[in-house]
Design a protein around this ligand. Structure first.
Ligand code: IMP
Ligand code: MG
Length: 174
């Protein structure tokens, strides 16, 4: 059994998610079609379900699941879809919602694939912007919290599929 230390409380998350919803709405002042919000399964699902209810815009939701077979030298070429989107993003504004941006490989891959499908725009909102292992230069339009290092669980984040149902975010310490 791992030891868990609270890093971000349930209350802090709730506050920040509300602010993110307002920031996101404010960044689309002239939008005249509904926003397509894309959740990266499974880790982002808890954050996504809270966030979409704080974005006061017409929106649609969709889901992708990506599998990463990254090695340390070339992570981006080893990401594949195991579930693609169902909504077409052509001529739509797209907001990708991710749990953690760590090395940057997953988000770099997904952004590149979606941008090739001729959307009007693609933005990224991550719950956590984690710096320790960043290898790729990624533009993150919105993020909840910046964390320097550590392995985090809770609020959707797992360790071997465990802890996704915790209400706060914890660091595994031993
Ligand atoms: P990236 O492709 O290296 O940016 O990895 C992002 C993915 O790695 C996230 O979507 C998470 O699923 C997973 N990940 C990275 N760091 C953590 C962590 O601290 N806790 C749980 N999952 C993590
Ligand atoms: Mg993930």
């Amino acid at each position: 059994m791992e030891n868990l230390k609270v890093v971000i409380s349930e209350n802090q998350i709730r506050q920040r998610v509300k602010e993110l919803g307002r920031e996101i709405k404010a960044s689309y002042p002239d939008i005249d079609v509904s926003l397509v919000c894309v959740c990266i399964l499974k880790g982002a699902v808890v954050f996504f379900s809270d966030l979409i209810r704080e974005i006061d815009l017409d929106l649609e939701i969709d889901f992708v699941r990506l599998s990463s077979y990254g090695d340390s030298t070339c992570p981006s070429e080893k990401v594949i879809f195991s579930k693609d989107m169902e909504i077409s993003v052509k001529n739509r504004h797209v907001l990708i919602v991710e749990d953690i941006i760590d090395t940057g490989a997953t988000i770099t891959y997904l952004k590149r694939v979606l941008e090739a499908r001729n959307p009007l725009s693609v933005k990224v909102c991550a719950l956590i912007h984690k710096m320790e292992r960043r290898r790729m230069d990624v533009e993150i339009d919105f993020y909840g919290f910046r964390i320097e290092k550590g392995f985090l669980v809770g609020y959707g984040l797992d360790c071997a599929e465990k802890y996704r149902n915790l209400k706060g975010i914890y660091e595994i310490v031993d």
